[in-house]
Design a protein around this ligand. Structure first.
Ligand SMILES: Cc1ncc(COP(=O)(O)O)c(C=O)c1O
Length: 372
């Protein structure tokens, strides 16, 4: 990983030196992206990977990923439109958004997307009306402890309700084929997959008693990347998951829908230091990318690694974005040698959930993305 990062940093620095584009911008390194796409899913028997487009829907990023012939997981007509533009075949697209807009649902059905997640009776009725006969999979709630970006409260049902929903879907003319869950994004707790797979096994057995055969298990996303803290490797996580799946789902097709782990490490934000100040005993550093135009996940606790070009003793910095909102504070207690105003600051592992969350709040434009 270290060596890989050094090689990527060489490519990043070369790119910056040979281009005049004004910061802030996001660089996505093709080599790292390729490495991740080739790695993820290799450790899981009988699996198919669907990249979660929400992590980074940049068209050039998607075009590049598309070359590797993996699938895509989408949640909206905007995401579908980009894939249509890239001529991604509908059998390589699934949607795991359990509550879909009418517009999206109609567009997805028209394009020929076959797989739809759900977790409520109302969604079954919507699917029965607008996506009759389609393959559907129910979302379970599973523990999200140890995930830095928990997802479970908004979606998912408990086991009994999951079985009732599968039965209802069948009664309404849909084809209930599977179960899904999400252990939470940036999940370092391997035990979450353990609990989730066990819950899914129980649902499978209960459904079987009702005459419903579970042919697919979608284990969602959640694979972590290394921001600052050490995390288990993808190989370690997949070997653990695979041994659990071999016991509980030996004949079942496995779907994986990673977002962060595919594109996160490939991204480096190139930002400019636009100001410095001492406020009380705090040293403040103001940079031109912040909570609103790219680093939204910092408010949820994601801590990035920063690199500056200066040398000398390190000081503790509070790093803030460019807007006038006091919410726009990215990090505190960051140790860095004092940089000059006007110099660059690089933010590592910034490829996922950065530009896709960015807004133009306060007139700051959304940083461009360049593939290198
Ligand atoms: C349904 C679904 N699948 C996949 C993902 C991707 O998760 P991650 O980026 O943690 O791999 C998400 C993220 O929010 C999601 O909601």
């Amino acid at each position: 990983m270290k060596e890989f990062r050094t090689q990527m940093m060489d490519r990043v620095l070369n790119w910056i030196a040979s281009h005049d584009d004004a910061p802030p911008y996001l660089l996505i390194d093709r080599e790292v992206l390729k490495e991740k796409v080739n790695l993820i899913g290799k450790g899981i028997t009988n699996s198919k990977v669907f990249y979660a487009v929400k992590a980074n829907p940049d068209i050039e990023v998607l075009r590049f990923i598309n070359e590797f012939n993996i699938g895509f997981e989408i949640a909206s007509e905007g995401e579908l439109t980009i894939l249509q533009e890239l001529k991604v075949a509908p059998d390589r697209i699934i949607t795991s958004n359990p509550i879909k807009t009418f517009k999206f649902l109609k567009a997805a059905v028209q394009y020929g997307v076959d797989y739809y997640a759900f977790d409520s009776f109302a969604e079954v009725e919507k699917l029965a009306k607008y996506a009759p006969g389609k393959k559907v999979y129910v979302r379970l709630t599973v523990p999200n402890e140890g995930s830095e970006w928990p997802l479970s409260k908004k979606f998912g049902v408990e086991m009994e309700e999951a079985v009732q929903l599968l039965i209802y879907a069948q009664k309404k003319g849909l084809e209930p084929v599977g179960i899904t869950f999400h252990v939470g994004s940036q999940c370092s707790n391997i035990y979450n997959w353990h609990t989730a797979i066990d819950k899914a096994r129980q649902v499978k057995e209960l459904a079987q008693k009702e005459g419903i055969e579970i042919k697919m298990l979608n284990i969602g996303g959640g694979y972590p990347i290394e921001y600052l803290k050490k995390v288990p490797t993808i190989e370690t996580i997949e070997s653990k998951i695979d041994s659990l799946l071999q016991k509980s789902f030996p004949e079942t097709e496995i779907f994986i829908e990673p977002g962060r782990a595919v594109v996160g490490d490939a991204g480096v934000f190139v930002s400019k230091i636009i100001g410095k100040a001492q406020r009380g005993d705090e040293n403040w550093l103001y940079i031109d990318v912040g909570v609103f135009n790219g680093l939204m996940e910092s408010i949820g606790g994601i801590k990035y690694q920063y690199i500056v070009g200066s040398r000398g003793d390190e000081k503790e910095w509070t790093i803030a974005g460019p807007s006038c909102d006091s919410f726009d504070v990215i990090d505190k207690g960051v140790l860095l040698p004092e940089p000059d105003v006007g110099s660059l600051i690089l933010i590592l592992s910034a490829g996922a959930y950065t530009i896709s969350y960015a807004s133009e709040f306060n007139g700051f434009s959304i940083p461009k993305t360049f593939l290198i």
